[in-house]
Design a protein around this ligand. Sequence first.
Ligand code: GTP
Ligand code: MG
Length: 231
Amino acid sequence: MADLPETPAFGAAFSDEEEAARALEAGRWLFSQTCSFVMGCVSLDTLPDHDLSEIAFAGRSNVGKSSLVNALTGRKTLARTSNTPGRTQELNYFRLGPEAQDPALMMVDLPGYGFAEAPKDAVKRWTRLIMAYLRGRPALRRVCLLIDSRHGIKENDRDVMRMLDEAAVSYQIILTKADKLKPAEIADVLARVVAETAKHVAAHPDVIVTSSQSGAGIDLLRAQLAALASP
Ligand code: GTP
Ligand code: MG
């Protein structure tokens, strides 16, 4: 892929180059640690008890949530991905980081919302579950809300953004599949998404452009997520 336009994230996220270098190194370190599947949950009362920060990956079906979890952790098959929308059907928990006192994170790969190739009842059930989880999970430190670069923010994404604003749950927009667009097209969608995001109170101001395929933006996202790790 050609060079990405300078994403505002680099400018806004870190105060100077030294801080950026430290954050990138912390991200590289954390995401090179062990990462293991903990459990898949189909109801709120089976969510695991833990004392780590939880980061959730949310977005429309097929936007690239599971692929992003794999790209972040550098593992191809940790989370199962598919061409068919509706692949992930449970809240899948992954624990990143050593068991001891060092920084660690709990990552949650969610099922998608919107169209999915699955029975209507199942889609309804997991959509209700995702929304209840996003609204009411105290351990949730940030929602990475994934938006396909080719499509931009859709109406059902806006519904989720409004819900997160109302519930005061911090979220960050991550543009995915940037390898499918030309640099000028990426600059265009990024400008539109940044402008819209600025109107949402719970949205993080940095929008990160990523490609799980080329690896673009992955180091920056690692750096930002590592800053949320516990302790
Ligand atoms: P559901 O679990 O069904 O909601 O989907 P998901 O959001 O987890 O998407 P998934 O990671 O399964 O990816 C969906 C499809 O998009 C797969 O065919 C991936 O290979 C493809 N994909 C994901 N990320 C990228 C990317 O950065 N670039 C390209 N070109 N394809 C991608
Ligand atoms: Mg998935």
